[in-house]
Write a protein that binds this ligand. Structure first.
Ligand code: C2E
Ligand code: CA
Ligand code: CA
Length: 772
């Protein structure tokens, strides 16, 4: 059972946990495996578009483009072309000149001396590229370093960029290692900002590529007037033609010649060294925020997250990048998205749960809530059923039903020690009592029954509430099954006219057992296994034993004494009660006759099954039995339970009057457990009211029980009937009953049910004690 309950609670918690773990893992994956990069790129491109601005103009691109190639010939060119470009650019006032590509094959180039000349004429102003070339056959990287004679008057630069897995260039480098040399990159030299070898910096693509000043190499070679465009500027010479030279995929631009990327990278550094932060910085931040969010579950906070997320995904990086700070936010975003989904789901679920967990009428937790909260409980479970609830509710204006329920719950809470009451439909209420106090549940329910005896006042109307309680004290089963059991016990209590019953798990077995035993009952009556015990009744005024109640007993040869209530109920259900009653009546009347013979007055009470009322054989049977033993009819009392008498129709009432007409007495048994109205009592031909032992038990301690007994005594006397209190177990109660004017008492204090022989002895002893 335990394991089932645990599984249950896991089942509710685990999707949440799984989602959380998923969120964390996918966030980490996005970060570590760079799954998030394409998404990050998309967002960054969008941001770049938003912050698009022009280049400073400091760096001028000179492109070896299609026009230049038309005029000069296909690239690569001889070195003397570059020499001419250097001379012309310098003549126009250009500052430094950077090549974006390595000039290959200078050793065998006939134009090499011309280039060396040009370099010599502008010492330190020209920057030649040192790079790697990949050997086509082996794939080995061979350093490509300009020959020493060119390096004497120029500087070396490198142009390597960082190409990511999607062939996209996001970052440039400060410096590269070429062979044994550490060579600064073009952007680093132009900006004067240096960094580590192969250290990357993000290229700011929000600088519009089209805003870079551009001059075709053909113009320079022709010697066109470009002074105004180059004076004082740094020049980057590169290839700008489809199909030749290095081309990169530039985010937001598509394939672009590397010279533009180099120029943009230089512009980036010119604006200041960008700061970069690993993806884990925003990730940890998001983790902290998420952890905080998880502790609270209010809907406004979920909405807050909805606002926070786009802000974080777009706004924050936008602001950061504007200030030259770069980071990847996708892992953090994934984490936030996931936890937001988690939050949204949780709050939805919570609202859903709350909706399904309260009673629509009262707003109190309903039985679903009990199912959820009592899944694992070891507590006792009590059900209360107001059996005239529907009647009461329909009699009230719609709005007053809630008031009725509130009154019921108030009473239940008063009597149950403040335990939380769950409100089901149609007058059903349940609560849990802590495991230890299940033993005191009898007191609790007796108290509650008393509380419910006075009518409720709802909207100015007095409403009598009939309530029965059912207890399930067997925590070894599912809450659902326990709830059913408690309700079943409720129903049984109500049917039997009792205040409450405890569900008996052995009952199912017992039902089967009963059917088998029933077959033995007839034989048991015949062979003397079934016998009659007599419980003495005390006259409180005279102090004498005035009679006895006949109580049937079955002593089974193997099973021992069998609970009379059990086999009587079975006999009633299976139409075997007539023979049993006849047997008891015969024996009781026989005993009574013998006790009345020596001049004393001794009443004999026999319990009459409600099934027999209205039975055609009943009256003849009673008359014959009395006659057989010669007992005057007025010495016989027939006890019928209050509920049985109550539910009797008018015909049955006539039947009772008919029986009375023989002269015998009628007693209403278990009085107080049913719901007799005054009108009913007036019409009922009873001669005696027998107060149920549940009211007598707590008479000394319970004020409401005293009130009940007192008023019953007054009522009975006003109707000319006598009152018997049953279940008297102690002297204090007996004294109290005497003071209240009760006529007779029965109970263990006076005497237990006993065999006839013991009764005779008991009577002798009692008479002797009286005399003494
Ligand atoms: P009842 O008519 O209310 O009978 C009184 C029951 O209370 C008896 O239980 C008796 O033993 C018990 N009792 C008496 N004094 C005390 C006391 O001081 N304290 C407590 N706690 N209990 C006390 P029993 O004998 O188990 O009978 C149970 C019920 O079975 C009876 O309740 C009655 O309804 C039914 N019953 C017994 N005999 C017959 C019978 O011959 N015919 C029919 N139809 N029903 C019978
Ligand atoms: Ca009785
Ligand atoms: Ca009784």
């Amino acid at each position: 059972m335990k394991s089932v309950a645990t599984r249950n609670s896991n089942r509710t918690a685990s999707p949440m946990r799984i989602l959380l773990i998923w969120t964390l893992v996918s966030g980490l994956l996005f970060g570590l495996a760079e799954f998030g990069e394409p998404l990050d790129d998309i967002f960054r491109i969008a941001r770049n578009k938003m912050r698009e601005h022009n280049a400073s103009g400091q760096v001028v691109v000179v492109g070896i483009d299609n026009l230049a190639q038309q005029e000069v010939g296909e690239w690569p060119w001889d070195a003397d072309r570059y020499a001419r470009m250097i001379d012309n650019l310098r003549a126009a006032g250009a500052n430094r000149i950077f090549f974006d590509f390595p000039i290959k094959g200078l050793k065998n180039d006939p134009g090499s001396p011309r280039l060396v000349e040009a370099l010599k004429d502008h010492p330190g102003k020209v920057h030649l590229v040192a790079a790697f070339s990949e050997a086509a056959a082996t794939g080995k990287r061979i350093p490509l370093i300009p020959p020493p004679e060119t390096r004497r008057f120029s500087h070396l630069v490198s142009t390597n960029v960082w190409i990511n897995g999607y062939n996209i260039v996001w970052s440039g480098r400060y410096a590269n290692r070429v062979g044994d040399l550490v060579v600064p990159s073009v952007p680093s030299v132009i900006s004067g900002i240096s960094g580590g070898v192969e250290e990357e910096f993000p290229i700011d693509y929000s600088i519009a590529m089209g805003s870079l000043p551009y001059i075709s190499a053909s113009e320079i070679l022709r010697g066109d007037a470009v002074v105004s465009r180059v004076r004082g500027h740094d020049i980057v010479i590169g290839v700008n033609s489809n199909g030749i030279g290095n081309r990169y995929s530039v985010p937001g631009h598509g394939p672009s010649s590397s010279v533009f990327v180099t120029a943009l990278a230089a512009e980036t550094l010119l604006a200041g060294a960008p700061g970069t932060y690993g993806w884990w910085v925003p990730f940890l931040l998001a983790l902290a925020v998420t952890a905080m969010m998880m502790r609270v579950s209010r809907t406004p906070l979920v909405l807050g997250m909805l606002v926070l997320l786009p802000t974080c995904a777009l706004g924050l990086p936008f602001l950061l990048e504007s200030a030259g700070h770069y980071t990847a936010i996708m892992p953090a975003t994934v984490l936030m998205l996931g936890s937001m989904g988690h939050l949204a789901w949780r709050s939805h679920r919570q609202r859903f749960d709350e909706r399904g967990m309260v009673n629509e009428v009262s707003g109190h937790p309903n039985l679903n809530a009990l199912r959820a909260q009592g899944a694992d409980t070891q507590d006792g479970l009590i059900a209360a059923r107001i059996h005239n609830y529907a009647e009461a509710a329909t009699a009230l204006p719609v709005a007053a039903e809630k008031e009725l329920v509130e009154q019921i719950i108030l009473r239940l809470s008063l009597g149950n020690g403040g335990c939380k009451v769950y409100h089901g439909d149609e007058g059903i209420f349940m609560w849990l009592v802590p495991g230890t106090s299940i033993n005191n549940v009898g007191d609790q329910l007796a108290g509650l029954s008393a509380i419910f005896r006075s009518p409720a006042n709802v909207s100015g109307r007095l409403i009598d509430l009939g309530v029965a309680f059912g207890v399930d004290a067997d925590p070894g089963r599912s809450i659902q099954s326990r709830m059913s059991s408690a309700l079943l016990a409720c129903q049984e209590a109500q049917n039997a006219g009792e205040h409450w019953r405890v569900y008996d798990p052995t009952k199912l077995e017992a039902t089967e057992w009963r059917v088998t035993m029933l077959g033995e009952l007839d034989a048991a009556i015949d062979n003397g296994e079934v016998w009659v015990a007599f419980q003495p009744k005390l006259d409180l005024l005279s102090g004498e034993i005035c009679g006895a109640e006949a109580l049937v007993r079955w002593t089974h040869p193997e099973k021992g004494p069998i609970n009379p209530e059990e086999f009587i109920t079975a006999a009633e259900r299976h139409d075997r009660i007539e023979k049993l009653t006849e047997h008891v009546l015969n024996r009781a009347v026989q005993v009574a006759a013998s006790l009345n013979r020596d001049g004393r007055k001794f009443d004999m009470a026999v319990n009459l099954s409600p099934r027999l009322i209205g039975h055609a054989n009943l009256k003849p049977m009673v008359v014959q039995t009395l006659r057989r033993h010669g007992l005057p009819a007025e010495r016989l009392i027939l006890e019928i339970t209050e509920t049985a008498a109550m539910s009797s129709a008018d015909a049955a009432m006539q039947e009772l009057r008919d029986l009375r007409s023989i002269g015998l007495q009628l007693s209403i048994d278990d009085y107080g457990t049913g719901f007799s109205t005054l009108d009913y009592l007036k019409r009922c031909p009873a001669t005696e009211l027998k107060i149920d032992r549940s009211f007598v038990r707590m008479l000394v301690s319970s004020r409401s029980d005293r009130i009940m007994v007192n008023s019953t005594i007054e009522l009975a006397h006003s109707l000319g009937e006598e009152v018997v209190a049953e279940g008297v177990e102690d002297n204090e109660t007996l004294q109290l009953l005497g003071q209240m004017g009760c006529d007779k008492a029965q109970g263990y204090l006076i005497g237990r049910p006993m065999p006839f022989e013991a009764l005779v002895e008991y009577l002798a002893d009692h008479t002797a004690a009286q005399a003494a």
